[in-house]
Design a protein around this ligand. Structure first.
Ligand SMILES: O=C(O)[C@H]1NCC[C@@H]1O
Length: 399
């Protein structure tokens, strides 16, 4: 078709492959993203976030009309300092509605599938070096070392005899060392009356206890009960109130000196910021009876600029497992199931995770989940002087 051909031959075309992991999209940008200056992956991340010309490309790929309020991206970086030294196979920069994150579990699961499936040497020059292996159960898999901004993430992708990813089996990854960064008693945040949400005022509550933990990015973890909500499954207005509570908490945490100390990364200043606020459902419904269950966790994660993760948030899972082990809710080697407020409504979309080892710095955590293809796309940039909205906009409903 002529229009397909014309768009396909545009000199500034961006080609993407699209997947979802438990409902959360990953737009994998395989070609056409502008060249990123910088020696290291973190320098490239800084360059693109500070450079209006490259950041404009993120905006038009993530926001409307090409994206939406929940869009998530993964920009492939073929050469990084760790691919050149032989410590990684390929690099990636993660992006969202506000900027660039340091780790993303759901996108890692999606990338695992795509990077095994592609044999295009321009997209993945070191693909040829990956080998199909067999584990003790005779299961065939491919191991891939992904250089993410937080470090090297090892991804194990079940692979068919035709060298394709096996969609029927979960992709598993081990992230960088994960650890609890707040003190044992957590961080207490005081909510001033003028910022308190209705549920807090009704309960005459002003102080909220929060844990902060690192899973390649820093997360604040708080229970719904602590915020005044019995569960995450409330009415629409309760849901809006919960999102507002998370927005307010982010402001307060960023102002709180004790919390700020918990967002400091031991080696890398660029990683030291609060990425997400995750509200853990204080109750789960089983056989119609509400009860506590330490081995299944259901939550909602608000990250970046009030973006809501549809998936159970792999990097937050990596952050939560050390907390659960430290608080003796989970033993090393024991699996825990993680559901998001969305994944819990559809079977086969939970993540599973366990701590495999305790190290001097924290824990090695293993996470698994499923990703599925939704399509491919060719995107063209907005036409200068003609298409102002095409540069990207966010539609937010008034509260
Ligand atoms: O799975 C994750 O880790 C993520 N999903 C969107 C927000 C986080 O980066």
């Amino acid at each position: 078709m002529d229009v397909f051909q014309e768009i396909g031959e545009h000199p500034s075309i961006i080609k993407t492959v699209e997947l979802h992991t438990s409902g959360e999209p990953t737009r994998i940008i395989v070609s056409g993203f502008p060249k990123l200056e910088g020696e290291t992956l973190l320098e490239k991340r800084r360059y693109t976030s500070e450079n209006p010309a490259t950041d404009a490309v993120r905006k038009w790929l993530m926001l409307e009309p090409r994206g939406h309020e929940g869009m998530y991206g993964a920009i492939l970086v073929q050469d990084t300092e760790l691919t050149l030294s032989g410590e990684a196979d390929i690099g990636v920069l993660f992006c969202h509605n506000e900027g660039y994150s340091t780790m993303c579990g759901h996108a890692t699961i999606a990338l695992g599938r795509f990077l095994v499936d592609t044999h295009d040497s321009e997209v993945f020059p070191r693909r040829l070096l990956l080998q199909v292996q067999k584990d003790d159960d005779g299961q065939t898999f491919t191991v891939l070392r992904l250089h993410a901004p937080c470090g090297v993430v090892t991804v194990k992708v079940p692979t068919t005899l035709e060298s394709k990813s096996d969609a029927t089996k979960p992709v598993r990854f081990q992230s960088v060392t994960c650890f609890v960064s707040s003190p044992k008693q957590g961080v207490t945040v005081e909510v001033p009356l003028e910022m308190a949400w209705p549920k807090l005022i009704e309960q005459n509550k002003r102080q909220i206890r929060i844990d902060i933990s690192y899973g390649g990015a820093f997360y604040a973890l708080v229970s719904s009960a602590e915020l005044g909500f019995t569960s995450l499954r409330g009415s629409n207005s309760e849901f809006k109130e919960l999102a507002e509570a998370a927005r307010i908490l982010r402001i307060l945490l960023n102002q709180n000196p004790q919390a700020r100390r918990s967002f400091v990364h031991p080696n890398e200043p660029d990683i030291g910021f609060l990425y997400g606020i995750t509200v853990i459902d204080s109750s789960i419904l089983r056989n119609g009876v509400s009860e506590q269950d330490e081995k299944t966790v259901t939550w909602i994660c608000f990250f970046a600029d009030e973006q809501i993760d549809r998936s159970p948030t792999g990097s937050c899972v990596s952050a939560h497992v050390p907390l659960a082990v430290d608080q003796t809710q989970l033993r090393i080697g024991e699996w825990c199931t993680y559901q998001s407020f969305m994944s819990v409504q559809f079977s086969g979309n939970a993540f599973r995770a366990r701590a495999v080892e305790q190290t001097e710095m924290g824990y090695v955590v293993e996470i698994e989940g499923f990703a599925h293809y939704t399509g491919t796309a060719n995107f063209v940039p907005p036409q200068k002087m003609i298409d102002a909205m095409g540069s990207g906009f966010a539609l937010k409903l008034p509260s």
